[in-house]
Design a protein around this ligand. Structure first.
Ligand code: FES
Ligand code: FES
Length: 156
């Protein structure tokens, strides 16, 4: 199989790995760059389990060819600030955990775009992340709490 050297910035660190030319971003993150927190659910762009930030944009990494990440900045669930994780744990955002990495990345994106929370609504926004445990009450509670904490930080 043809390979190429893929260089990118992963969670703030410049990294290069030799990866398959036809690989998906999801797989190179998990198996080549040692970042297994990003999970595969459907593999078809429908469940949101594989969400990462690509140059600050929320994407389903199962749909992104790895070569499109060349020279770009990737953030995964591994770089989530501990205080946010603490907030989400405290509000029961995660049950079995299968959807959690994607949920956390969606929440991180929304925290950077709080105006979207107001215009779209939290439940509608989170509809791109499927939770089979039907744990949306916990997810929304975590998101509300995180938005409040961010707003408080912005005031100080
Ligand atoms: S695994 Fe990528 S959207 Fe489901
Ligand atoms: S916590 Fe189990 S699928 Fe969401």
């Amino acid at each position: 199989m043809d390979k190429f050297d893929l260089s990118l910035t992963l969670n703030g660190k410049s990294e290069t790995r030799r990866v398959a030319l036809d690989a998906r971003l999801l797989d190179v993150l998990r198996y080549d760059f040692g970042s297994p927190g990003t999970k595969e659910g459907c593999g078809e762009g429908e469940c949101g389990a594989c969400c990462v930030l690509l140059d600050g944009v929320l994407v389903n990494s199962c749909l992104v060819p790895a070569f499109q990440a060349a020279g770009r900045r990737i953030e995964t669930v591994e770089s989530t600030p501990p205080d946010l994780l603490q907030t989400l744990n405290a509000t029961g955002t995660s049950q079995c955990g299968a959807c959690t990495p994607g949920v956390v990345m969606s929440i991180r994106w929304l925290l950077q775009h709080p105006e979207i929370a107001e215009s779209v609504g939290l439940r509608a926004f989170m509809s791109g992340n499927l939770c089979r445990c039907t744990g949306y009450d916990g997810i929304i509670a975590g998101l509300e709490q995180a938005l409040q904490s961010n707003a408080k930080k912005a005031e100080t």
